[in-house]
Design a protein around this ligand. Structure first.
Ligand SMILES: CCCCC/C=C\C/C=C\C/C=C\C/C=C\CCCC(=O)SCCNC(=O)CCNC(=O)[C@H](O)C(C)(C)COP(=O)(O)OP(=O)(O)OC[C@H]1O[C@@H](n2cnc3c(N)ncnc32)[C@H](O)[C@@H]1OP(=O)(O)O
Length: 157
C-alpha cells in the first residue's frame, strides 16, 4: 500500500493550496512524510521543464521558496498534532500558516533529478514554531530555509 503523505489528509480549501494541495491540478502537489516520527520530515519532488529559472537545468528560486514554505508549514502542523497526541492521519484540527519565510540559496539547483527537503522544528512557542530545512539535489546542499509558522485562528471563532 502506498504510504500516506501529510497532504493526503488535507481536504476542502487546504487541498487547493498551490504548493501542497493534492486537489490543485496547477500546483506543485508536494508530498511530505515523517523521516523520524515527531522529529524530522522529508519531501522529495521532481522539477518539470516549466519550473526553470532563466538557465536551463537551474530550478527557479521562487519554486524553491514554495517547496520550503509548504513542506515547513506542513511539518509545523504535523509536529503540533503529534505533540498534542492527535492522530495526524485525519483532517487536521489545527492550522498553521506562514508568518515569515527566509531562503538562502547556496548553489544553483539542478532540475534533472529530484530535490529532497528535510525539515525539523527547532523552536516551539505557544502559538508559533520555527522550522529549519535543507534542500538537496544530487546529494548536494543547494538551499536552506527558515520558516516561522503561526497557528491560525479564523476570525469567526
Ligand atoms: C491569512 C489567511 C490564511 C487562510 C488559511 C488557509 C490555508 C492555510 C494554508 C495552509 C495550511 C495547510 C498546509 C500547510 C501548507 C501550506 C503552507 C502555505 C501557507 C501559506 O502560504 S499561508 C499564506 C501566507 N501567509 C499569510 O497570509 C499570513 C498573513 N499574516 C497573518 O495572518 C498574521 O500576521 C499571523 C497569523 C501570521 C500572525 O498573526 P497573529 O495575530 O496570530 O499573531 P500574534 O501577534 O498573536 O503572534 C503570535 C506569535 O507569532 C509571532 N509572529 C507573528 N508574526 C510573525 C512574523 N512575521 N515573524 C516572526 N514571528 C511572528 C509573534 O511574535 C508571536 O510570538 P510569541 O507567541 O512568541 O509572542
Amino acid at each position: 500500500m502506498e504510504q500516506l503523505a501529510f497532504q493526503d489528509v488535507f481536504s476542502g480549501d487546504l487541498s487547493q493550496c498551490w504548493g501542497c494541495g493534492c486537489h490543485n491540478p496547477h500546483g506543485l502537489q508536494i508530498k511530505s512524510y515523517w523521516a523520524e516520527e515527531g522529529q524530522e520530515t522529508i519531501c522529495t519532488w521532481q522539477p518539470q521543464d516549466q519550473h526553470t529559472a532563466a538557465w536551463l537545468n537551474v530550478l527557479s528560486g521562487g519554486i524553491i521558496a514554495s517547496l520550503i514554505d509548504c513542506h515547513s508549514v506542513s511539518t509545523a502542523m504535523m509536529v503540533a498534532l503529534h505533540d498534542a497526541g492527535y492522530a495526524w492521519t485525519s483532517e487536521p484540527p489545527v492550522i498553521y500558516i506562514t508568518a515569515s519565510l527566509q531562503v538562502t540559496y547556496l548553489k544553483p539547483t539542478p532540475m534533472t533529478s529530484p530535490v529532497t527537503i528535510r525539515a525539523r522544528v527547532t523552536e516551539k512557542g505557544k502559538k508559533k514554531m520555527l522550522v529549519q530545512s535543507s534542500l538537496f539535489a544530487q546529494d548536494e546542499l543547494c538551499a536552506r530555509g527558515e520558516v516561522v509558522a503561526v497557528r491560525y485562528t479564523p476570525a469567526t471563532q
